[in-house]
Design a protein around this ligand. Structure first.
Ligand code: HEM
Length: 451
């Protein structure tokens, strides 16, 4: 108790000093409304924590990693004897796993941390999609977020080659074939990515992108993303109310929670849980380094990317789907996500009021999940059109019918409620339309926003 009191007093003093000298809660780490005190409101912060872990563990790996395809790395020769001709990039990875104290834990947790960051970013994305957080005034937060997701996937793509295993080299080459077919960007990317056409040229480019260029872009985008978040505050719960209050950033809010120490320690608690689970998994199931690129003695390896790119690899297995078509489909999905805030113009955020976008969202989830599993089970096996229709068609059709029926039933119940309440004048629009007086009225209380 004595320690707790002392700790709280000291923390208040230190933070009071920082607040006074920086004016912090006015421009950063602002108080947030009490309703946000739930993990589901901080999925972005969890992605940010995962990003921080990647930065720290990546910097430690950098102390040992050699971005070279030369077969002269001494430690590899000592460690694996006859394999001394293996590329230095692979050898230094082997050295990290087998000779650096805790090296295996470090490398495995960096790899699984990348999976976790991508997974959390996908969760953060779909949460925002279904709850309509991209609607005014958060359109730019959403667009910057889309670029963040692409940059995060870019980190995964470039990092995959670094151990310089045969499997990672094969998959990177397939990825490059697709990237070079990007409209407009492809021809520009070609000389940048392929360099002089040698393995060393490619590895150097991927290394530079992984440790410097993409992290710089990610850092700048995260900065913009969080600055936008500080400007608008956290998005309120989804609602059917077309004139709900959408900004929460002021200390004057009736029920606000100071960021420091409450929200900060709340997020820190989850960050520590995250690191504990990550290290636990890495310790129990350490990553096994596959054989090196150019090992003539090894059995033929399948060309397989990490799980988050399996869907696109499966796409090019479809009969008639050329790399250009695969790139076209991917570009359409990216553009849809990027401009979503301008496509979905309804002021209502609740999923029950946006059946069309719920159907598209469910179809995207079904598409990515099915393609990922399919790509993992049958890598490189060609699929005929009838088979594609049989596997992908039913989830999309069933989902559309279910969502549509649910929407019709919900509308009917809503109409009945309006009639019972004697509000038949509101029937034509199903919902009460925002009257000018209501729309310009002072922001409504949080309780209404939670409807
Ligand atoms: C590296 C990836 C990302 C990081 C580090 C990140 C970080 C954050 C953080 C810290 C917040 C504040 C609220 C919260 O914690 O949820 C936030 C909010 C937000 N993010 Fe992200 N984000 C990322 C990716 C994305 C993606 C992929 C999208 C969507 C395309 C997105 C869209 C948004 C939106 C619209 C908000 C405001 C929503 C709200 O206030 O609840 N973000 N993000």
């Amino acid at each position: 108790m004595g320690f707790e009191n002392w700790f709280n007093r000291t923390l208040n003093k230190v933070w009071g000093f920082v607040e006074d000298r920086t004016g912090m809660p006015k421009w950063a780490l602002r108080p947030q409304p009490a309703f946000s005190f739930k993990p589901s409101y901080w999925t972005g912060a969890f992605v940010f924590n995962a990003f921080l872990y990647q930065v720290v563990s990546g910097l430690l790996l950098l102390l040992y990693y050699q971005p070279s395809t030369n077969g002269t790395y001494l430690a590899c020769g000592q460690a694996v004897g006859t394999l001394s001709s293996a590329p230095a990039a692979w050898c230094s990875t082997y050295y990290i796993v087998h000779s650096v104290p805790m090296g295996s834990l470090l490398l495995s947790s960096h790899l699984y941390g990348a999976y976790a960051m991508i997974f959390l970013a996908i969760v953060h994305f779909f949460r925002g999609y279904y709850l309509g957080v991209y609607k005014a005034p958060r359109e730019f937060s959403w667009m910057v977020g889309t670029l963040l997701l692409l940059a995060t996937l870019g980190m995964g793509f470039t990092g995959y080659l670094l151990p310089y295993t045969q499997i990672s080299l094969n998959a990177t080459n397939v990825g490059l074939v697709l990237a070079l077919r990007l409209p407009y960007a492809g021809p520009l990317l070609g000389p940048l990515l392929l360099s002089d056409g040698t393995g060393q040229g490619l590895l150097s480019r991927m290394f530079a992108a992984h440790i410097l260029l993409i992290p710089l872009a990610l850092g700048a985008l995260v900065y913009a993303h969080i600055a936008l978040f500080e400007t608008h505050g956290i998005a309120p719960p989804a609602t059917s109310d077309p004139v709900q209050r959408r900004r929460f950033t002021h200390k004057e809010d009736e029920k606000h929670v100071p960021f420091m120490p409450h929200i900060f320690f709340y997020i820190t608690k989850w960050a520590l849980v995250y690191i504990g689970v990550l290290l636990g998994i890495a310790a129990l199931w350490p990553w096994q380094l596959p054989t090196y690129a150019g090992n003539l003695g090894a059995a033929a390896t399948v060309t397989e990317p990490d799980w988050y790119f399996l869907w696109v690899f499966k796409l090019v297995d479809f009969y008639g789907v050329t790399p250009v078509i695969a790139v076209g489909i991917t570009t359409v999905i990216i553009l849809f996500v990027l401009f979503l805030p301008f496509l979905d113009r309804s002021p209502r955020t609740h999923p029950r009021d946006r059946p069309f976008f719920v159907i598209i969202g469910n179809s995207l989830v079904a598409f990515f999940a099915t393609m990922t599993v399919w790509g993992g089970l049958t890598p490189g096996i060609q699929i005929l059109p009838l088979n594609v229709a049989e596997v992908l068609g039913p989830p999309v059709v069933v989902n559309a019918i279910v969502v549509f029926l649910f929407y019709r039933r919900y509308q009917a119940r809503y109409r009945a409620r309006l009639l019972a309440a004697g509000l038949s004048d509101r029937l034509p629009g199903i919902y009460p339309l925002p009257s000018p007086a209501r729309a310009t009225a002072a922001p409504r209380a949080e309780a209404t926003a939670r409807e």
